[in-house]
Design a protein around this ligand. Sequence first.
Ligand code: GFB
Length: 324
Amino acid sequence: MPEQLYDLGGKRVWVAGDRGMVGSAIVRRLASEPCQIVRAPRGEVDLTRQDQTEAWMASARPQAVFLAAAKVGGIHANDTHPAEFLYQNMMIEANIIHAARRFGVEKLLFLGSSCIYPRMATQPITEDALLTGPLEPTNQWYAVAKIAGIKLCQAYRRQYGSDYISAMPTNLYGPGDNFDPVGSHVVPALLLKAHKAKLDRARYIDVWGSGRPLREFLHVDDLADGVVRLMTHYSGEDFVNVGAGYDLTIMELAELVCEVVGFSGAIRYDSSKPDGTPRKLLDVSRMRALGWAPKIDLRTGLKQTYEWFLEHPNEIRIPVHAAS
Ligand code: GFB
């Protein structure tokens, strides 16, 4: 079993982005660690602003930071808001990572994304595929910002000896997701479409693209468990993939979602919408060697996410988590 390298016991821990899907899952997971969570007052710290970020870090003095704050969205949001995805994500990362060094953070974990890899990377994708080929055009802006975040962690480690590490999660889903029909990722989008179609007794739902792309989906609670594992048991310049270990086609996902929701109509494919990357299955050997494995299978996770959605009818999350 790998040895523990960092003890969260008694530490002041800040989850940047703690109101987003990922950040709130990390906060839930940290409830079973003997640490103290520090939280910025709602809406009061704009992490794209260096002055506000530094003032918050100077007053809160976190010892460990999970950097889960980001501007996020699905394929359409990425494709149509390139400036926001590039600018906001670069600012958030640079402000927090720089402030972490200034204010003595002992350990920081940065969350990247599997879209950092070349569009045509060999599958399953190992971490050394980074920067070996051209990016997928629909999310290249987000990818470049996330690559900059990885490089910042590596650079601060090399130059200042800062213990900053990075995790590369695959496509995530779960409670607290953004269910905006246009800006969201595919899982919440299809849950919403199938749910509305069931209520309206519609004959079909529309699914974007050809249905042929393959995607890997990880429940956000499994991701949260993985990043806490990395925080406590990993230190190094190499970043680490976090994925489920298997993928399925969007067509198979759409069928599974309809089954979970109880919609028995047809599925139509809208070829005017982009497919994006044909496949991005992560190699998770490094993560498994650290003693982590996902526990929530896709069907169970989709059912649980649908139940969360039904219990939160008014909760439409905006896709910007820049405000902590
Ligand atoms: O989840 P998604 O938006 O993100 O789309 P990406 C995944 C696949 O599902 C694409 C298809 O092939 C979409 O065309 N799809 C089918 C749909 N119907 C829908 C729908 O109603 N809504 C959406 N959103 N997709 C994102 C990146 O790429 O992955 C981000 O843009 C980030 O930067 C994220 O990296 C993890 O997997 O294509």
